[in-house]
Design a protein around this ligand. Structure first.
Ligand code: SAM
Length: 309
């Protein structure tokens, strides 16, 4: 880890805080790396410009967020390539989609913590990751968590699925111990019923509206084996008294319009998620000391109809 340089932003003049709102679900862009030499040459030219002139260019570029993001990701990738970090790391743009930062060290560290936190939550309900034989990472993104579960692949078949075509393409080329499929905005998903004995979804239900959430709970129940364990994360920080809050917080065009931010209270999760599954445990801030973890189990006899009115 010591060898990892902090991924930096476009120039020192642009504060990291200003990146917050620039997150991109950039199916629109093709990821084309810039050669480190060309990158260094461009930076050298850039630094020779007078500071006020640079600032006015930066301000102008920031008005065009797509261009700004494009430059940012190319810059970070070029720096990573120069540092030899690019071999098994997804490009900055894909990292940014799951982490809200292109920072390589953050990506690696958070992935490792999430994998450990999955095991930790399972242990608290008396289960072990090593006991499962069919595992699904639902909403795997570019494999941030999954890569840290490689050792399980000797005894289990691991699958990952996501709606993000570039992330799944990257996973297929770089993660050779698992199978990957493209998911959809809405069910059905292309897996047989009663397939998985463990399904985890890190920070996926934190982005779905209530209607989509119920559809996916239903679908995950379908593809889970009887008695299967599910581990989902939720964000209770802004759930308030309503129990469920859906915030349209992303700038238009960045993510699909339906992909926003959802907040759940513990009581809401116990009741609503509990109508699909038995709740085995609820662990506040159990995922990366940030999101809450809920561990569920599919009942042997499925509940046919659930009324959420
Ligand atoms: C915040 S990211 C987290 C990614 C990954 N779980 C991780 O922790 O690195 C949320 C992910 O959920 C995926 N997602 C959202 N809706 C989905 C769906 N219907 N099917 C599969 N993946 C979905 C997004 O594309 C995105 O990759």
């Amino acid at each position: 880890m010591a060898a990892l340089s902090k991924a930096t932003i476009l120039t020192d003049e642009i504060g990291a805080a200003r990146l917050k709102n620039l997150t991109g679900f950039t199916r629109f862009y093709k990821i084309r790396p810039i050669e480190p030499q060309a990158h260094m040459f461009a930076l050298k030219l850039w630094r020779q410009l007078p500071a006020p002139f640079r600032l006015s260019i930066i301000n102008a570029v920031q008005q065009n967020k797509r261009l700004y993001r494009w430059l940012l990701f190319r810059h970070v990738d070029a720096k990573d390539r120069a540092a030899g970090l690019n071999i098994n790391l997804p490009p900055a743009e894909l990292r940014y989609r799951v982490s809200s930062t292109p920072d390589a060290e953050n990506f690696i560290t958070v992935g490792r913590i999430c994998a450990a936190d999955i095991q930790s939550a399972l242990s608290k309900v008396g289960r072990d990751l090593g006991s499962f034989t069919r595992i699904l990472d639902f909403g795997c993104g570019c494999g941030r968590t999954m890569v840290h579960l490689k050792d399980l692949a000797s005894a289990a078949q691991i699958d990952g699925t996501d709606i993000d075509t570039s992330a799944i393409e990257w996973c297929r080329h770089h993660i050779n111990f698992a199978n990957f499929s493209l998911s959809n905005e809405n069910p059905p998903i292309d897996y047989q019923s009663n397939t998985f004995d463990f399904i985890y979804a890190i920070s996926v239900f934190t982005h779905l509206n209530e209607d989509y959430q119920f559809r996916w709970l239903d679908e995950l129940r379908r593809i889970a084996k009887p008695d299967a364990i599910l581990l989902l994360t939720v964000d209770s920080s802004l759930a308030g008294e309503d129990g469920f809050v859906f915030q349209r917080s992303y700038e238009n065009g960045l993510f699909p319009a339906w992909y926003q931010n959802a907040f759940h209270s513990k009581e809401y999760v116990l009741t609503k998620f509990g109508s699909y599954f038995d709740v085995l445990g609820y662990f506040p801030r159990g995922m990366n000391a940030h999101q809450d973890v809920v561990v569920l189990q599919k009942r042997k006899i499925p509940v046919d109809s659930v009324n959420h009115a």
